[in-house]
Design a protein around this ligand. Structure first.
Ligand code: B12
Length: 526
């Protein structure tokens, strides 16, 4: 009788992964899509699959839902989900790169807990069966680089692969999580009847596991099928008896509450629909190998650590993206990412140093080695400015009533203004009033402004070895104007150093913008 049922083909872990930690393949799907394909054309796997369409066009079928797919589409399919790829045009067959891995091998806790909203870093939105993303060209490149790194590290650099692969897998899932849309959710769905019954029963459990009176016969009644029929279908399609499924579901929820809350064990048992407390203790100990109290004491600190790690990974991924996109001069994306980092609560200094400035220093290095030229540097500088503009209000946030007045500019002959702008922002953040003279500023303009605007400090920035000499001219002009005892002169910029500062008779040099602002406040206070 079972032979008549159209069942998806089940691919085992060993068939897909062999002995390797990760399985991969690049397949061209020739079978043409027909609307009434049966389950026997689909397959399920014991592991999670990431499929990236790299050429052709076709259809991805999940249960009874079909999505047209083409280059750049990506599908993340959790274990035990019947699906398959088909071609729609034999002249343009669908080619898909597939990556298989067992989430539990790499991650633990919620990220590895199938059915948990944080499963695979929350890639699967709500209770969606699969995740779908349509990648832009830029995102495709990013994902391809990660995909190649993972497969390379998992196959070539065997001795030291594990941590590196784990970090890259996490990064891949976090990135995909950011791109995943809800296209599949919006497909009209008409799952075949038997699957519909099974998934309705699973849904009922996830919605009503807190109800200790929930029974299979009640669910079967609401679906107008007999309990024995539903029980058979459940076992057939999920591989688990219904009672076992409910028990494990409740125990997993209980574990989650033990790890993440301070509720007492009895309350947790009640909230998980387990009215009989002694039997909860017994079952818990039998399945988990320890008492709930013991479980809590061992897992809670791990949970906190894990949460911090996951957050750290997400932040790393955003800062990394800021750095990469800044180098490519993608102002709009840099702005979005800086905003995202701020929303995630990343400190402004971290965004500045590990995101924006680290990107800029790579551009600088490439510029020096003639790997990139002025136009590329210019667009990177624009992206840098776009990002720092967003940080401005946060840098100014600590500001107090004006602690002094300063004029700042990049010296004559020099057009570099990124460093100067940062110094200005930081100074404003410290409550100083800053008059910005821009770039290519003559010594006379510095001195004239200081006199007319009553500034306590003149700040000179220079980035070219050919222009730092102008700083000495500023010192001399201030002396000639008779303001040298009233006005301090600060100098800075990459080619400047303490020694040079002393040599030309300036008052203060600092290496970066934050220390420049502190020094300026101290100078104003006298
Ligand atoms: C961006 C950039 C450009 C952009 C500038 C865009 C802009 N709006 O600023 C463009 C493309 C226009 C450009 C042009 C040129 N550039 Co350019 N440029 C750079 C680059 C890549 C980054 C500079 C930067 O913004 N750094 C980031 C900021 C935040 O750092 P910073 O300025 O040092 O500022 C920090 C500190 O120094 C300090 N600070 C800065 N000012 C002050 C002031 C005070 C008072 C204090 C206390 C502290 C302080 O605080 C800041 C924050 O922490 C550097 C390479 C590098 N790695 O530095 C080359 C670099 C400076 N450029 C260089 C050159 C040669 C040029 C050109 C001559 C190239 C050409 N062939 O035309 C022209 C010159 C144009 C001109 N007349 O100025 C050389 C200079 C070599 C040298 N030693 O003289 C460098 C070092 C590249 C290299 N290695 O060859 N450049």
């Amino acid at each position: 009788m079972a032979a008549n049922i159209s069942q998806p083909k089940r691919l085992s872990r060993s068939a897909l992964l062999g002995d390797a930690p990760i399985g991969r393949d690049c397949t061209t799907f020739q079978t043409e899509y027909i609307a009434d394909i049966t389950f026997s054309h689909l397959y399920t796997h014991e592991v999670t699959e990431i499929g990236i369409v790299i050429a052709g066009s076709g259809v991805h079928r999940i249960l009874d839902q079909s999505t047209p797919c083409r280059e750049g589409d990506i599908y993340i399919v959790p274990p035990d989900t019947p699906h398959a790829y088909f071609s729609t045009d034999p002249r343009d067959p669908l080619t898909v790169r597939q990556l298989w891995f067992c989430v539990g091998d790499w991650f633990d806790g919620e990220v590895a807990e199938h059915g948990n909203p944080r499963f695979c870093y929350g890639v699967f939105r709500d209770s969606e069966i699969a995740a779908y993303a349509m990648l832009t060209r830029r995102a495709q490149n990013e994902i391809n680089i990660l995909y190649n790194t993972i497969t390379h590290e998992a196959t070539v650099r065997k001795p030291e692969w594990r941590e590196a692969v784990r970090a890259h897998l996490a990064m891949l899932l976090i990135k995909l999580g950011r791109y995943v849309g809800d296209a599949i959710k919006n497909q009209p769905t008409a799952p075949p009847k038997e699957w519909m019954f099974v998934s309705a029963a699973r849904r009922a459990v996830s919605e009503r596991y807190t109800d200790c009176d929930l029974t299979l016969s009640e669910i079967a009644g609401s679906l107008f099928v007999s309990s024995s029929h539903l029980s058979r279908l459940f076992k057939r399609y999920t591989g688990e008896a219904f009672s076992e499924y409910v028990r494990n579901f409740r125990l997993n929820r209980a574990c989650h509450l033990l790890e993440t809350t301070n509720l007492n064990v009895e309350e947790i048992a009640r909230q998980c629909g387990l009215r009989d407390i002694p039997s909860f203790y017994r079952t818990f100990s039998a399945v988990k190998g320890m008492t709930p109290h013991h479980y809590r004491s061992t897992q809670k600190s791990k949970y906190i650590e894990r949460n911090n790690n996951e957050k750290g990974e997400l932040i790393m991924s955003i800062l990394n993206d800021i750095c990469e996109n800044l180098q490519k001069g993608k102002s709009k994306i840099v702005k979005e990412l800086v905003q995202q980092a701020l929303d995630e609560g990343v400190e402004v200094e971290k965004i500045l140093n590990e995101g924006l400035l680290s990107g800029m220093s790579i551009v600088g290095e490439k510029f020096k080695n003639n790997e990139v030229y002025v136009p590329e540097v210019l667009v990177a500088a624009r992206a840098m400015n776009a990002g720092t503009q967003l940080l401005k209000p946060y840098l100014a946030q600590n500001g107090i009533a004006a602690a002094g007045r300063v004029c700042i500019g990049t010296v004559q002959g020099d057009l570099h203004d990124i460093g100067k702008n940062l110094v200005k922002m930081m100074m404003e953040g410290k409550g100083l009033e800053v008059i910005d003279l821009g770039t290519d500023v003559s010594p006379e303009t510095f001195v004239k402004t200081a006199i007319e605007q009553n500034c306590q400090i003149i700040c000179c920035s220079a980035l070219l070895t050919t222009t730092i000499g102008v700083m000495e001219e500023v010192v001399r002009a201030a002396e000639a104007a008779g303001i040298r005892d009233k006005v301090k002169i600060m100098v800075g910029g990459a080619p400047v150093n303490e020694e040079y500062c002393k040599k030309i008779g300036a008052d203060c040099y600092t290496v970066d913008a934050a220390s420049a602002a502190d020094a300026a406040v101290a100078l104003c206070r006298g």
